[in-house]
Ligand binder design. Structure first.
Ligand code: SAM
Length: 209
C-alpha cells in the first residue's frame, strides 16, 4: 500500500474519483457561500488561505467570491481532484495545490485562514493529533473546522464502508491541545434548510493568538 492508512488509500483511489462527480454543483457552492459569509463575517484582514482536503475547490470558490483578493492554496490526496483544481480558471492567480496526503504534508508557509471541512471525519483516528499539529503550524491567525460533531467518538457506516467515517468533538480536542487558540464562534447548518443545499455541518472558528 502506498499510504500509511487505509483511509488515505480510499480517497486516493476509485471512491475519491467517483466523489468528484457526485459533489460538484452550483447549489453546493451557493450553500458554501451562505455558510462562509457567516464565518468570514467574524474575521478581518484575511489575505491567504489553505484548505486541507479541498477536493475540486468548492469551498475555495465560495471564499474567493466573498474575498476576491484572497490567495488560495490547497492540499489534496486525490490526483483527479488536484488536477481539476490546479487548472481551474475561476482562480486568478491559480490555486497552489499540494498533491499529497495531509499526513505527509510538510508545513512550510503560514496562512491567515486554515480550513478543514468534511475531512477530519475521514482521517484515521490514530493520526488526528498529527493532523491537528499541521493545522496549528500552518496558521498565522484563524483556523476553521467544519465537520460532523458528536460529543464522544463514534465510527459510522459511510456508503457501505466501515472505518471510513468518524464523528467526534474535533474542535474541543484541538482547543484542549493549544492554550493559545481561542474559540471565536461556532454554528450549525442543516440539511433540511429551506433555501440552501447544506450537509449537517457544525463549524468552529478559532483564532491563534
Ligand atoms: C468529503 S470530501 C470534502 C471535500 C471538501 N473539503 C468539501 O468540503 O467539499 C474529503 C476530501 O478530503 C480529501 N482527503 C481525504 N483524506 C485526505 C488526506 N489524508 N490528505 C489529503 N486529502 C485528503 C479527499 O480526497 C476529498 O477530496
Amino acid at each position: 500500500m502506498k499510504y500509511k492508512t487505509q483511509q488515505e488509500q480510499f480517497w486516493a483511489e476509485e471512491f475519491g474519483d467517483a466523489y468528484i462527480e457526485r459533489n460538484n454543483s452550483q447549489e453546493q457552492v451557493a450553500g458554501n457561500i451562505a455558510m462562509f459569509s457567516k464565518i468570514l463575517g467574524k474575521t478581518s484582514g484575511i489575505k491567504s488561505i489553505i484548505e486541507f482536503g479541498s477536493n475540486v475547490g468548492e469551498n475555495l470558490k465560495a471564499i474567493k467570491t466573498l474575498i476576491p483578493s484572497v490567495e488560495c492554496s490547497a492540499i489534496e490526496i486525490n490526483h483527479k481532484a488536484a488536477e481539476i483544481l490546479s487548472n481551474d480558471d475561476f482562480f486568478k492567480p491559480k490555486v497552489k495545490v499540494y498533491e499529497t496526503s495531509i499526513l505527509d504534508y510538510k508545513t512550510e508557509n503560514l496562512y491567515d485562514f486554515v480550513l478543514i471541512k468534511g475531512v477530519l471525519i475521514h482521517i484515521n483516528p490514530n493520526e488526528l493529533h498529527n493532523v491537528y499539529q499541521k493545522l496549528y503550524d500552518s496558521s498565522n491567525c484563524y483556523i476553521c473546522f467544519a465537520e460532523y460533531y458528536n460529543p464522544v467518538p463514534v465510527s459510522i457506516d459511510y456508503h457501505g464502508n466501515s472505518d471510513k467515517l468518524f464523528k467526534r468533538d474535533f474542535a474541543g480536542e484541538f482547543l484542549n491541545m493549544y492554550s493559545d487558540v481561542k474559540l471565536i464562534d461556532y454554528g450549525f447548518v442543516y440539511h433540511g434548510d429551506n433555501v440552501y443545499d447544506y450537509d449537517d455541518i457544525t463549524w468552529f472558528l478559532m483564532e491563534k493568538r
